[in-house]
Design a binder for this molecule. Structure first.
Ligand code: BGC
Length: 545
């Protein structure tokens, strides 16, 4: 047994199981805080806001990619896995952020993107310069085309962002990219790729990083044997037989990663972003692999009592199977914010709605926020870890009216301008009621903010006991105080109401309907909206003890 590696910085209180019930705040670095007046958020900006995050009561921050990147996909196109994008700062700035977070007992999770590099990565540049069949090309998936002169792609696989998943290079070969052409897929059957990535995990762990979010974890292993078989990423089979996603071989890769993560004391945590069918997500979450896997089921549910209850039951059962705790998410950088989703009629196609610049159907914003607050409070009562996406604690709505010429998401171009994409949830967040970017920085931000953002800023909400910020602070403080154990007991409740007890001293009751229901007895710890005498109004959650 070798001694554990010693990282540069450690959290104030050591605890190997911190991730099991952590509240994890997702920072999208370019949109969080701009410290150097270039319109782009940066690492020093995040450090300056660590006291805010500590006051909010989060246990960890997850940093979406901040690595050098040509930004073809908001940083999920990484040109160097072991550095900071010069526009966002330096490695010294990163170390300062980790130290500041740790001093407040906040863990740091870094996003790793192993399925693909940027086309600006030195490996891909070397692959393009090298000949077909070379070791440089063997780190990626280069193949000859079909058709008389190889002018057609090797298979009919499509990219997640639209169009073919293959792009041709000048010498006639094609390379695979499950996302944008600027994101060439790595070949994970190549031992050189595996070894290099394991060193990347060590690089950040040595700097004191406490965990990793693993991007597109279900995509790394591919069946590239010919004839190529069709893939259907929207309806993946339960037996791992799709050629591109959720294949059994992917688990060997993560078992090897677990050995690396366990070189540290405490072992580094990891959470898989694996859009695999629910029963197969437990495989990624096994303690011998990443240890946790995202459960996006609440995020995909309508605001409905039976839908929420089913999702909770299913995921708690899966946690028992894997030994991991669950991960609850309502919003992230890839989806329309939940305050806005809940403001739209059930079943609204949000892509189509965004194409109307958010005007048809008209969102009922007050209702959306009321429901979002109720759903978030319910989420924080659940056993397991809970994710908060920057700005949801302010009750932000989607910025649906970004002018088309300013859109940055590769989906916009790749879809032939039929899908606007994800920029509306990535608009820089407001810190103050006025100013050129509502306190995000000193100049206009890289994506325009809606005029009404100031009213949802930190300074506008701070001190207002009815604000969403005050609700989140109160909820996270109460969660810390009340949390114990990892189970819940369902309580009897009228139709349209979800009620459960975490233990004798903590009950959560959500009225998903619009009519008030009787308020159960108990001391009110936190409520997502005003309570009137003896009743729990519609679309409201209350915690009782
Ligand atoms: C990330 C996306 C990104 C994609 C490709 C994801 O699932 O969350 O933002 O576009 O991976 O890296």
């Amino acid at each position: 047994m070798t001694d554990p590696r010693t990282p540069a910085s450690t959290p104030a209180t050591p605890d190997a199981d911190w991730w099991r019930d952590a509240v994890v705040y997702q920072v999208y670095p370019r949109s969080f805080a701009d410290s150097d007046a270039d319109g782009l958020g940066d690492v020093a900006g995040i450090t300056s806001r660590v006291p805010y995050l500590a006051g909010l009561g989060v246990d960890a921050i997850w940093l979406s990619p901040f690595f050098p990147s040509p930004l073809a996909d908001g940083g999920y196109d990484v040109a160097d896995y072991r550095d900071v994008d010069p526009r966002l700062g330096t490695l010294d700035d990163f170390d300062a952020l980790v130290r500041a977070a740790h001093a407040h007992d906040i863990r740091v999770i870094v996003d790793v993107v192993p399925n693909h590099t940027s086309s600006g990565h030195a490996w891909f540049e070397a692959a393009l310069a090298a000949a077909p069949g070379s070791p440089e090309r063997a780190r990626y998936v280069f193949r000859d085309g079909t058709g008389d002169a190889g002018e057609l792609p090797p298979s009919d696989w499509v990219s997640n962002f639209g169009g073919s998943a293959w792009t041709r290079v000048p010498d006639g070969q094609w390379y695979l990219h499950l996302f944008a052409p600027e994101q060439p897929d790595l070949d994970w059957s190549n031992p050189a790729v595996r070894a290099d990535f394991e060193d990347t995990l060590r690089f950040w762990s040595d700097r004191g990083v406490d965990g990793f979010r693993v991007d597109v974890a279900h995509g790394l292993a591919k069946d590239l044997s010919t004839p190529y078989r069709p893939s259907n990423e929207h309806d993946l089979p339960l037996d791992g037989s799709d050629p591109l996603y959720d294949r059994d071989e992917v688990h060997e890769i993560f078992a090897a990663w677990r050995h690396v993560l366990d070189e540290y004391d405490p072992p580094r945590a990891a959470v898989a972003e694996a859009w695999a069918p629910a029963p197969r997500r437990v495989l990624y979450a096994r303690p011998t692999e990443l240890g946790q896997a995202f459960n996006f089921d609440l995020l995909e549910s309508p605001f409905d009592a039976s839908a929420f209850r089913q999702v909770i039951e299913r995921n708690l059962a899966m946690s028992e199977q894997s030994g991991a705790s669950s991960t609850w998410v309502l919003s992230n950088h890839d989806v329309v914010r939940h305050a806005t989703r809940y403001a739209l009629p059930a079943g609204t196609d949000t892509d189509a709605w965004l194409m109307t610049d958010g005007v048809s159907p008209t969102p009922d914003r007050d209702r959306g926020l009321r429901r979002a607050r109720a759903a978030s409070l319910l989420q924080f009562a659940l056993p397991g870890s809970s994710y908060v996406y920057q700005g949801e604690e302010l009750g932000l709505h989607e910025a649906a009216g970004i002018p088309r010429d300013l859109l940055q998401d590769p989906k916009w171009v790749r879809s032939g301008h039929t899908v606007k994409g994800r920029d509306g949830c990535r608009v820089p967040i407001p810190w103050t009621e006025s100013g050129p970017s509502f306190g995000f920085g000193d100049v206009a931000p890289f994506l325009p903010q809606p005029a009404d953002f100031g009213a949802c800023s930190v300074s506008a909400e701070d001190g207002d006991p009815t604000s969403t910020l005050s609700l989140y602070r109160a909820a996270l403080a109460a969660r810390r105080r009340l949390q114990s154990g990892e189970s819940l007991t369902w309580l009897e409740a009228p139709a349209g109401v979800v009620a459960f007890a975490r233990h004798d001293g903590w009950h959560s009751v959500t009225n998903f309907g619009t009519d008030p229901v009787p308020l159960p007895a108990g001391h009110v710890e936190v409520a997502s909206g005003p309570l009137s005498d003896g009743v729990l109004p519609g679309e409201t959650t209350v915690w009782l003890s």
